[in-house]
Design a protein around this ligand. Structure first.
Ligand code: BG6
Length: 301
């Protein structure tokens, strides 16, 4: 894979103290954004937020020590972008799980900053390669910006002459001290589909994780809070563009089976994933756009 020149990226898009580029693991170009409330790092490969640290806090996102940083392989942790399908391809199991957006180099479009915010804009457009697996013209843009939160906005534009339907999701891995001391609030009474069994259920009270969990929730409001008693930290999530959120923890057996994930790392993470999956799939007519957003704000107890 050809990576853009870091010196040129810094020259064209960098601002000392606010936006800088460096070669990360395996040479992947990484953008570091800073404002007074925090910092974050974004890999141009995958349009993938790797880390977020609000000022005065520890890291908010989990990144596996075993993650691969190889073209053609997803990064394990941070915020993968799942697009244009979420989960396995609907009818071709040979296609990569969660689509191809997290497996491609994104183009850097712009950086911006004010006294309060720092922002990066990336884009992915169709190519001969993408049209082979998904035969549509599209433009996908990702805005990542820091204010007192980490904010993401993923916009899909249909640039084809035909309508298309897609599924997608932000797949953030949140770092926790110990999964046994974590609760997700905001899901009480929410219906869910257990993606492991296909069974339907309804959440009673706060969600605690004590087994492999892979559920598609319809929360009553497009927000939730992750309370971590170990870190004495609350992460408040708010999203728009879907009414669905996936909750995922691989637990013991699946953790062992994943080559790019430590056997014990399931105790240190929880994925809360605003997703247009299942009946929240999106159909766009030619020229139409759809935006999925997520914001994450950390507070210490
Ligand atoms: C979750 C899915 O979003 O991602 C799970 O609900 C899946 O079914 C998990 O196992 C991880 O996927 P991957 O492809 O990153 O290992």
């Amino acid at each position: 894979m050809n990576y853009p020149d870091i010196a040129i990226l810094n020259q064209r898009f960098g601002t000392p103290g606010r936006i800088a580029f460096r070669a990360g693991e395996a040479g992947l170009p990484i953008a570091a954004l800073v404002n007074k409330a925090g910092s974050c790092e974004v890999s141009l490969y995958g349009g993938h937020v790797l880390g977020y640290r609000p000022t005065g806090h520890g890291p908010v996102l989990f990144l596996s020590k075993h993650s691969l940083f190889e073209p053609g392989k997803p990064i394990r942790g941070g915020v993968p972008i799942c697009w244009p399908w979420f989960g396995p391809h609907p009818d071709d199991k040979a296609q990569p799980v969660h689509g191809f957006a997290r497996l491609n180099q994104w183009e850097l479009r712009a950086t911006e900053y004010t006294s309060e915010t720092t922002e990066l804009r990336l884009a992915l457009t169709d190519s001969e390669l993408t049209r082979r697996v998904w035969p549509y013209a599209f433009e996908l843009t990702l805005r990542v910006w820091l204010d007192d939160k980490l904010n993401l906005e993923l916009t899909t534009e249909n640039r084809d002459a035909r309508p298309f339907t897609f599924t997608q999701g932000f797949h953030p891995y949140f770092l926790v001290r110990d999964i046994a001391a974590v609760a997700v609030h905001g899901l009480a009474n929410a219906p869910f589909v257990n993606r492991l069994t296909g069974e339907h259920g309804r959440q009673e009270g706060a969600l605690v994780i004590g087994a492999e969990t892979d559920r598609l929730y319809t929360p009553p409001e497009p927000r939730c809070a992750l309370l971590d008693a170990g870190l004495k930290r609350t992460l408040a999530l708010a999203f728009s563009g879907t009414d669905k959120m996936v909750v995922w923890n691989p637990w013991i057996e699946k953790a062992r089976a994943m080559k790019d994930f430590g056997d014990d790392e399931y105790t240190r993470m929880l994925c809360l994933e605003p997703a247009n999956a299942g009946e929240a799939a999106v159909t766009l007519a030619p020229g139409q756009r759809h935006a999925l957003t997520l914001s994450v704000q950390a507070t210490l107890a």
